[in-house]
Design a protein around this ligand. Structure first.
Ligand code: CUV
Ligand code: SF4
Length: 658
């Protein structure tokens, strides 16, 4: 039974194979284990051993007296703390790698984007005049680490936000002081007997989430760009058809690019390729899953074979010699699954071990050498390959839209700016902008909500930016290619054709949602669209979210002024008051709101309504697609038709008077 499990033909094909082989996947387990109704509504507290207390039925207080509101808010807050710490700890590791590289302790790493280093250094107050690159890099890494550990004051990156936004944060008391501090404080507040007012808990959660978006994640993105280069558009392949029948298939999976960049160097090494040939393979094929894939895709064009729910099924192709995992979103189910195939599962992070997997702890001091050792394990495994079943499914995409590139693409080298984007929104050529991000979740049909929402957005002339598993989803259905402009409304289509971009921009991994914050800030300060992110006709979606990181992302988007829609039932449904506070309560205080809407059609409706409301508040013309669509390729076709008929052709259109 694959009917309502996925819309990805490759996954459907592999689910069939799983069934034939009698192997259980997350899809099956999700059917066998229904979600616990008490936990899913935020009604269960196990924060102390007087409980666990379940606030259902006639119980409206825990043993300690905690209310439904307090318990729902605490559960939500702890999701934020976990999610924010995952992103920020990732940011810390990037800073530590930069530091090691600058101190000469990680000789295989270099500064690939010196321009970005200088920009970030200046932003962080590091002196750049007459200094060696590595000296600047060292101090930049130190300031980044100090931001993570900062105890007082405000994070420096808050200054990237529009002035008005910074004021809103200060007034609401949610300007984060340091990154670690906000996480620790939130864990403290939610300990038994501490913060017991839902409002205060949820505002602290917001501050913690903001320390992720405007702190940990933003640092992770910037430092990754410095070390491995800021992305520029490139073409690549997506889906399981990118696995090769006659080559050693190596898959990187997880979230950090530090090792995978080295693996990439290793698989390109002629000696390694020769070695692979000596084992009977034609070569070495590197591909990825989840956000490690997004990182290597954005910068190097490494093909992506799937998103979160594809991980087990990719392994069942029997064609993967080696799966190298780092951190986050790696299913433990991969270890027993690898035993049923010849695949070698290698864990590499000191923070992420999996029982039954081979652990080769990554050491950045000898990064490339280690990468080669790991790749060799894959090559040595090639002769063990047995039956394979690789779905043919493959699609093309363009990825690599850093905010720097979006700026350049629209304005050109000489007047790189967000002016053209803002003008397009002002004229109504673009109705608005949307971010569609986040995971897969086997409780929902894989990719279906992503695909539906993205198609609806672009059809309505809303330019879409995507990250994470959502971006991979959209790529699988061809929505990240310039040809997808044909699915766009007339105004958006014209822009895509003129600038040569897809209507859906892949801006990176989950930490790269920080790029969306930066882009929105620049739009808000460019002029003509108000003076704050909350003024923009924009929305955010996480239609198939499952991770705690997604809750942190949703919260910091709301905290930045964005109307953010998460595609599930509310995890705080046991307290309508708390549910309402995440929406209206936050909107009143910080201008953005978080809502849980399981039905994608309703989500789209509400999003467009919100966009139009913001347009109206800005005094912009009403969105009217009939005014556009006669330039670009369409105009050319009209001219050609007229020329064929021998009719006169005017290059100029009637001026539109309103
Ligand atoms: Ni975070 S988007 S499953 S891997 S968090 Fe992981 Fe990037 Fe969701 Fe996908
Ligand atoms: Fe129960 Fe209160 Fe302990 Fe939670 S903190 S388990 S509500 S007694």
């Amino acid at each position: 039974m694959t009917g309502n499990r996925t819309i990805d033909p490759a996954v459907a094909e592999m689910l069939q194979r799983a069934e034939e082989m009698g192997i259980s996947t997350a899809f099956d387990r999700a059917e066998e284990m229904k979600p616990c109704p008490i936990g899913s509504a935020g009604a269960c507290c196990k924060n102390c051993s007087m409980g666990p207390c379940r606030l259902v039925g006639k119980h409206d207080r825990g043993i300690c007296g905690a209310t439904r509101e307090t318990i729902a808010a605490r559960n939500f807050a702890r999701m934020v703390a976990s999610g924010a710490s995952a992103h920020s700890d990732h940011g810390r590791d990037m800073a530590l790698t930069l530091l090691a590289a600058a101190e000469g302790e990680a000789p295989d790493y270099e500064i690939r984007d010196v321009k970005k280093l200088l920009e970030v250094a200046q932003f962080l107050g590091v002196e750049t005049e007459n200094r060696e690159t590595m000296e600047i890099a060292k101090e930049t890494a130190e300031v980044a680490l100090a931001q993570i550990g900062q105890q007082k004051g405000e994070l420096l990156y808050l200054q990237r936000a529009p002035k008005k936004r910074q004021e809103i944060w200060r007034k609401a008391g949610v300007a984060p002081r340091g990154i670690d501090r906000e996480v620790v404080e939130l864990m403290h507040r939610t300990h038994v007997g501490t913060d017991q007012w839902y409002e205060s808990i949820l505002m602290a959660a917001l501050r913690n989430a903001l320390s992720d978006g405007w702190g940990g994640s933003m640092l992770a993105t910037d430092i990754t760009d410095i070390l491995f280069g800021s992305p520029v558009p490139l073409t690549a392949n997506v889906n399981m058809g990118a696995l090769k029948e006659d080559e050693v298939n190596i898959v990187v999976h997880g979230h950090e690019p530090v090792l995978s960049e080295m693996i990439l160097l290793a698989v390109r090494d002629p000696e390694m390729i020769e070695y692979a040939k000596s084992k009977g393979a034609k070569g070495i094929n590197l591909t990825g899953i989840c956000c490690t894939a997004n990182e290597t895709l954005m910068r190097q064009g490494v093909p992506t074979i799937g998103n979160f729910l594809s991980q087990e099924l990719a392994m069942m192709t029997g064609a993967i010699e080696l799966m190298i995992v780092d951190i986050q979103c790696i299913m433990q189910a991969l270890a027993p699954l690898a035993d049923q195939f010849h695949t070698k599962l290698v864990t590499t992070s000191p923070k992420a071990h999996i029982e039954g997997a081979t652990h080769v702890e990554f050491d950045e001091h000898r990064a490339l050498e280690m990468a080669k050792e790991i790749v060799k394990m894959g090559i040595d495994n090639f002769p063990n390959r047995q039956d394979t079943h690789i779905p043919k499914e493959i699609n093309h995409l363009v990825a690599g839209f850093s905010h720097e590139y979006i700026n350049y693409a629209l304005g050109g080298f000489y007047r790189g700016s967000f002016r053209p984007l803002n003008d397009a929104v002002i004229q109504g050529r673009l109705r608005g902008v949307a971010g569609v991000v986040g995971c897969n979740n086997p409780r929902r049909c894989q990719d279906a909500s992503h695909e539906y929402i993205v198609r609806e957005m672009i059809k309505n002339d809303v330019l879409v930016a995507m990250t994470g598993c959502g971006a991979i989803a959209a790529a699988k259905y061809g929505l990240l290619s310039p040809e997808a402009a044909r699915y766009a409304g007339p105004g958006l289509r014209e822009i895509c054709e003129t600038v040569g971009i897809p209507p859906v921009l892949h801006v990176g991994s989950c930490v790269d949602n920080a790029r969306i914050l930066t882009t929105l800030s620049q739009m808000a300060t460019e002029g003509g669209l108000g003076e704050d992110i909350a003024d923009l006709p924009g929305v955010g979606f996480a239609p198939e979210w499952m991770s705690e990181k997604a809750i942190s992302i949703g919260s910091y988007c709301a905290g930045s002024g964005v109307y953010t829609i998460m595609g599930s039932e509310s995890p705080v449904a046991n307290s309508p008051i708390v549910d309402h506070f995440l929406s209206e309560g936050w909107e009143e205080r910080v201008g953005g709101k978080l809502e849980f809407i399981a039905d994608p059609e309703e989500a789209v409706e509400k999003a467009l309504e919100h966009i139009d409301k913001k347009r109206e508040a800005l005094g912009l013309e009403e969105y009217d697609p009939s005014r556009f669509g006669r330039s670009g390729d369409r105009r050319m076709e009209e001219w050609l038709a007229l020329l064929e008929k021998g009719e006169p052709v005017s290059l100029y259109r009637e001026p539109r008077l309103k």
